[in-house]
Write a protein that binds this ligand. Structure first.
Ligand SMILES: [Zn+2]
Ligand SMILES: [Zn+2]
Length: 373
């Protein structure tokens, strides 16, 4: 079942984010170069620019903080701050300084993890002194030493329990810029440079959750109520949708908006690994779980704008349409190749990434519906 799985379009998008950290690690090596080397070899490269970082109000005391196309969320109460997703070591340090400056004496009391993929949840150590970390049960399972669920069709192809370079290269080569990760990410995560990323290395910058829940959980702090909801398996297998009922605000990451979404949810999903190794029925259930919440504003871990409930509905309708079209073709005995050529998904030709992802979506649906009948 290789070739069946997930999508985050991480490679291209992470390039800017990871480059700063990698430049730092390259520093000591450059300084240690032998004295007889030509000066040109030792000339330090200029540091890559940091992604733009901003803080924007979502509603009332709820804000989102952006690191390029990655977004976290925080809510300010009189008893402390609730943060969702520290994103990265550098960003979390920056955000901590921002919060200390804006709200002196008001510590972060909770860090909620949206899901366990490293690119949204590293850096929590910046808040460890004052905060409890909260996640869905699956988060703990993903941290238990076994190969974790990963985005971008990065699966344990050789079944040895650790991540090897080719396991991130194969999906990158099959779907450049959409699945897998670039080599520099591997070099960064393989912290002892032995050619394997172990679970401990992968989660090295991610404090484990102190509290987990299975289906739903309510947190209250300083008069604010927050509901944590597991919508089902979709992009991740341990996702948390964060719902502020009084403010009618919802936050989630990588679902429904994946990393390709910028200004509109009308964007074909990236579909790596036949939809991240999770049945399309689970995806549709996940959409419906969010649609059932009583909210006005949906803030996402990706996307420069805020969304609304109708955006979620459109995404679910696309998924159902894709499922129905591919399913009908399969029932009529059509081959995958025939479906690739004839299923044009006309209704969605104006959506972002239609040309790039139409065939990939059909393939993912075909494999998904073959596996999860
Ligand atoms: Zn993710
Ligand atoms: Zn993401």
């Amino acid at each position: 079942m290789r070739g069946v799985l997930k999508g985050c379009v991480l490679g291209v998008l992470l390039a800017g984010m990871a480059s700063a950290a990698l430049a730092q690690s390259a520093g000591p090596a450059a300084a240690a170069a032998p004295a007889h080397e030509a000066p040109a070899v030792r000339t330090p490269r200029p540091p890559p620019p940091s992604p733009p970082r901003v803080i924007q109000q979502v509603k009332d005391n709820i804000y989102r903080a952006g690191n390029g196309n990655w977004w976290s969320l925080f809510a300010v109460t009189k008893a402390g701050i609730i943060l969702v997703d520290p994103i990265s070591v550098d960003f979390a340090k920056w955000l901590k300084a921002q919060l200390d400056q804006r709200y002196p004496g008001l510590p972060v009391r909770y860090v909620i993890y949206s899901h366990s993929h490293w690119d949204h949840v590293e850096g929590g150590a910046a808040f460890k002194d004052t905060a409890l970390f909260v996640a869905q049960d699956g988060f703990r399972k993903n941290m238990d030493g076994r190969y974790p669920h990963m985005p971008g069709d990065m699966i344990d192809r050789n079944a040895n329990g650790t991540i090897e370079l080719e396991e991130i290269q194969i999906p990158s080569q099959e779907h450049p810029g959409i699945c897998g990760m670039p080599d520099f990410w591997f070099a960064h995560q393989d912290r002892n440079h032995d050619g394997h990323i172990t679970s401990a290395e992968y989660f090295a910058d991610i404090p484990p959750p102190d509290i987990t829940y299975s289906d739903r959980m309510t947190l209250t702090l300083g008069g604010m109520t927050v509901q944590l909801i597991f919508p089902g398996k979709n992009h991740a297998d341990d996702g948390t949708v964060v719902f502020f009922p009084a403010e009618r605000v919802v936050f989630s990451t990588d679902f429904p908006a994946d990393a390709l979404v910028t200004t509109s949810m009308r964007s074909l999903p990236s579909a790596c690994g036949a939809f991240d190794e999770h049945p399309m029925s689970e995806w549709i259930k996940s959409y419906r779980t969010i649609e059932a919440l009583d909210f006005d504003i949906l803030a996402q871990g990706h996307g420069s704008v805020l969304f609304k409930k109708s955006d979620v509905t459109e995404g679910r309708e696309y998924f159902e349409y894709l499922r129905d079209q591919v399913s009908a073709g399969m029932a009529a005995g059509k081959s995958l190749d025939e479906l690739r050529r004839t299923l044009m998904l006309e209704k969605y030709k104006d959506w972002a990434n239609y040309d790039r992802l139409r065939v990939m979506n059909i393939e993912a649906a075909y494999h998904n519906l073959s596996i999860y009948k």
